[in-house]
Design a protein around this ligand. Structure first.
Ligand code: HCS
Length: 583
């Protein structure tokens, strides 16, 4: 199945998934605590029968029972050496179920097999000891065996950690172009066990290339309305919902899922009205639940997908949205060794305590994003970037701007960044232009577009616009959108060029008004070499905000600048600006 076919399918109808595998097999004889893969290959006919019943109930996408057939899970039962056999035989079970269903019913409708993958049970660094790259390899290994048998798409489900979702998604994407649905499980608090909220999951995973994002297991459908609503608001991919049949109760030592098929179907109709368009049941749901649900929604059509992408960066637990006409934002610039001897000394010794301190201070002073630049002589920049990134994410919860002149440093950081980051920067310099745009696309990052070329600074406004348009067009060709871009207004020093400020202001206006693209400036350049620089900087900032500037790279400990920004927002009548000014 191609991604396009998946998209067409999910646009044309409410797609019906299957119901529970585990809880139904337990009812059919699989004892709790046994190795599920061993039991299933020894009792194939029972699994085939369950899957056939789901098809009879109306399932369009059947989840192959390969859920826990990864190396780490199989190790728990001493069965790792059977990994190839299990993945092969379990896919064959789904194929046999489809064959029998067609034979019995004569129904030739399209049915798809999704190879199913989940958590390994080991936590990825820094929560646990498992290295991200090792986890990617574990998922790649399973995905490779699944692909050998031939599947139509992938589903990564019951995930608790956003970083582990990223590992699975990257692993699959690096092997094939099949569609991938990614679904996390949420507690009753509305967040995953590791603290991710639905909006952050949606924004991060769809940017990273998931073809559908959703929620499964978790609770009953009646508790999923807010999750689906929050996801749908930001989704440009379909939203999947596969809840349990209610919240389980313990009755005489047995887990019982209390929701009957009729009530489940009614609740699922509610989730479809909130925007879910790929639906099924998880633990406790039977073929009867799926049949009732499918019957209930058969005349519904999927809500349209949002066409407009959202400007937003994420960490594992938060989303920072960037609004073209909204409040002015600050990228904290301090984590940069240039001109900072003490920081340089520490970094040479592999010590990131000052980085950590600067991160906390800037966050407390109101920075919205933190720039991370570790470019200096005498250190391994990549290693220090990764170390600093983990440290900053440990002590703060604001998104990061990965700033380096080395492509490999940027790529290494984006691969490990557990959310959606910002790249600083991509210019028209040949190597950066050719390599960094596909990297931004692959990792779902936003990027700062720096209007420079191999010839250096643009000689006039005309050339600057041409560079911006060239990079923009290439980005669009690669599937990025204008919402993924923030143009650097490229501020020259007014001491050397008296129209420097006017040119930067014109760039800001052009980007906002003609292109609908966000802008950023590095403020301090404007006053380079002049006395009393803070007055020039703050006056320029006020002009720039008036011209539509979205954000600045600045030091948030500079009171004059921060207050100028608050005052400018207030005077321009921006939302909540008065509250922010008073605070
Ligand atoms: N597909 C799995 C998910 C369990 S949370 C099952 O057993 O239905």
């Amino acid at each position: 199945m191609t991604k396009q076919e998946f998209l067409s399918l999910t646009q044309s109808k409410i797609v019906i998934l299957d119901g529970a595998t585990g809880s139904n097999l337990q009812k059919r004889g699989m004892a709790a605590g046994v190795c599920p893969e061993c039991w299933m290959v020894d009792n194939k006919e029972k699994v085939v029968e369950l899957q056939r019943e789901f098809l009879e109930a109306g399932t369009d996408i059947l989840f192959a029972p390969t859920f826990t057939a990864n190396r780490i899970k199989l190790e728990e039962y001493g069965q790792t050496d059977r990994i190839v056999e299990f993945n092969r035989e379990l896919i064959k079970i789904s194929k046999e179920a489809i064959r029998l269903y067609r034979e019995k019913s004569g129904d030739q409708r399209n049915i798809y097999i999704a190879a199913d993958m989940t958590m390994t049970g080991e936590q990825v660094y820094p929560v646990g000891k498992l290295a991200f790259e090792d986890l990617v390899e574990v998922y790649k290994e399973q995905a490779k065996y699944l692909l050998l048998e031939g599947v139509d798409l992938f589903v990564v489900e019951t995930m608790m950690s956003l970083q582990e979702c990223r590992a699975a998604l990257l692993a699959i994407k690096e092997l094939c172009d099949l569609p991938v649905m990614v679904s996390m499980t949420y507690t009753e608090t509305g967040r995953t066990f590791f603290g991710t909220d639905p909006k952050t999951a949606m924004i991060t995973l769809q940017s990273l290339g998931a073809d559908a994002v959703g929620v499964n297991c978790s609770t009953g459908p009646e508790k999923m309305h807010t999750i689906i609503k929050d996801m749908k608001k930001y989704a440009y991919v379909p939203v999947m919902a596969k809840p349990n049949a209610g919240i389980p109760k313990l009755v005489d030592g047995h887990t019982v899922f209390p929701m009957e098929a009729e009530e489940f179907a009614l609740e699922m109709e509610g989730l479809v009205k909130e925007g879910a368009s790929i639906i099924g049941g998880c633990c406790g749901s039977t073929p009867k639940h799926i049949k009732r649900m499918a019957d209930r929604v058969k005349n519904f059509i999927p809500q349209p997908l949002n066409e407009k992408h959202i400007r937003a960066l994420t960490t594992e637990r938060t989303t920072t949205t960037i609004d073209l006409s909204g409040r002015f934002m600050i990228i904290g610039e301090r984590i940069n060794p240039t001109g900072k001897t003490k920081l340089q000394e520490q970094l040479r010794q592999g010590d990131v305590s000052l980085v950590s301190k600067m991160a906390v201070e800037q966050s407390e002073l109101g920075a919205d994003i933190l720039d991370l630049n570790l470019g200096m002589n005498g250190i391994d920049e990549k290693e220090m970037m990764l170390l600093s990134m983990h440290e900053v994410l440990r002590v703060t919860d604001i998104p990061l701007c990965i700033d380096s002149s080395h492509i490999d440093v940027i790529e290494a950081a984006l691969r490990l960044y557990p959310g959606r980051a910002l790249i600083n920067s991509i210019s028209l310099e040949k190597e950066k232009f050719e390599k960094l745009l596909p990297i931004a696309k692959k990792y779902g990052a936003m990027f700062i577009l720096l209007p420079l070329s191999d010839q250096g600074l643009p000689k006039d406004m005309e050339e600057k616009k041409l560079i911006i348009q060239t990079i923009l067009n290439q980005a669009l060709k690669l599937g990025l959108t204008k919402e993924d871009i923030i143009v650097d207004g490229l501020v020259n020093t007014v001491g050397a060029n008296k129209t420097a400020a006017l040119e930067a202001l014109e760039t800001i206006r052009y980007c906002k008004e003609e292109l609908g693209i966000a802008t950023v400036v590095g403020l301090s350049n404007i006053s380079f070499g002049l006395p009393e620089r803070q007055f020039i900087n703050s006056t320029f900032l006020a002009f720039a905000i008036q011209a539509g500037l979205t954000m600045a790279i600045a030091n948030p400990s500079q009171d004059l600048l921060m207050n100028t920004a608050f005052a400018a927002d207030l005077l321009l009548g921006k939302e909540d600006a008065a509250e922010r000014y008073i605070q």
